[in-house]
Write a protein of this length. Structure first.
Length: 103
């Protein structure tokens, strides 16, 4: 029979794993969604002289920035592009761009 401490430890680990899965983004879905982003940021996410690069950016920081653009907390023309984009889609996009190499 499992000891009470072992059962509690296993439950704690399962809660942590489940929380990480919910908090994270789906890279494959982010890649599919990135088609629209590539129009400005490029297929590689590196941007250009006028548009910032987003490749290799920390996923949590990027997702927060997208949410701030969408809500108007940070003024940007990005708000127009994020209209109707779900929170999960922003997490997915951020997760995808975090996997790309930054130059």
């Amino acid at each position: 029979m499992l000891s009470k401490k072992l059962i509690i430890a296993m439950m704690f680990i399962l809660i942590l794993v489940a929380g990480t899965a919910v908090a994270g983004g789906d890279v494959a879905n982010g890649q599919a969604l990135s088609v629209d982003c590539a129009d400005c940021h490029g297929d590689d996410g590196l941007g250009d002289e006028e548009v910032p690069g987003i490749a290799g950016k920390d996923a949590q920081e990027h997702a927060k920035q997208l949410a701030d653009f969408q809500s108007g907390a940070v003024e940007s023309e990005m708000a127009d592009y994020l209209e109707g984009v779900s929170e999960q889609d922003m997490l997915d996009l951020a997760a995808y761009y975090a996997t790309l190499p930054a130059n």
